[in-house]
Design a binder for this molecule. Sequence first.
Ligand code: ADP
Ligand code: ADP
Length: 227
Amino acid sequence: EHYLEIKDLKVDYLHQGKAVSALAGVHLFLDQGEMGVLIGPSGCGKSTLMTVLAGLNPHYAGKAEIAGKTPVSGGETSLILQDYGLLPWKNVRENVILGLRFRKKSLGEIKQRVESILRKMNLINLAERFPSQLSGGQRQRVAIARSLVLEPKLLLMDEPFSSLDALTREEIQDFLLTIWQETHLTTLLITHNIEEAVFLGQKIFVMSSCPGRILEKVENPLAGNHD
Ligand code: ADP
Ligand code: ADP
């Protein structure tokens, strides 16, 4: 019994009236508290796998379970994409608060949680700024903060850093690693950057054929080392 279990997962898309296979039988297991990285060439179904886990794609065959349950959207899983999805007319603090407003929390509790996460992500000094006044790396930090404030049980990240320059990417990878070491939040991250995979992934899943089929699992003793 793994926290995250994917067994023989198959997804077809309909393209011009024909079924085209995007995932052709994938296995992937992750235990609670682990950081897994999924790496593989473009178009092999990595994002498709994420949409299934995020509960956004119910049209699959095989098994996909999180803590023994079928994935649902808006549940305890948080998905971060590379295009940030911040609301441009709200400042950093308001963007981070957003998700919490719709949950039954007292105002005091919301304020406390938001300030603590802003501090953790080094965003206090940027809290009054609007997304257009931030660099790419800063925006991505806000997106991560907005997810973490909801205290998800599973964090899914689909190529979160691919549009960032190398230095910014390293900095934000460090942030993510620090947060993960503090919280041991079960995380699955997609990348096609091999260095990122080796730096962040305790377990690295390699998708080695298209459509996605074979996944090799590599235990990675180098996670957390920059050299
Ligand atoms: P990756 O994330 O590894 O780049 P994707 O999951 O985005 O791969 O895509 C896997 C395959 O499924 C690709 O061939 C892609 O063209 C196809 N695909 C993805 N989304 C759709 C869709 N909504 N409709 C039809 N085909 C899709
Ligand atoms: P990075 O190297 O982190 O991507 P940038 O070169 O984009 O940073 O920006 C450098 C600094 O300028 C950052 O501290 C950022 O806050 C600030 N900055 C970037 N874009 C804007 C903007 N549109 N308005 C105000 N400040 C900005």
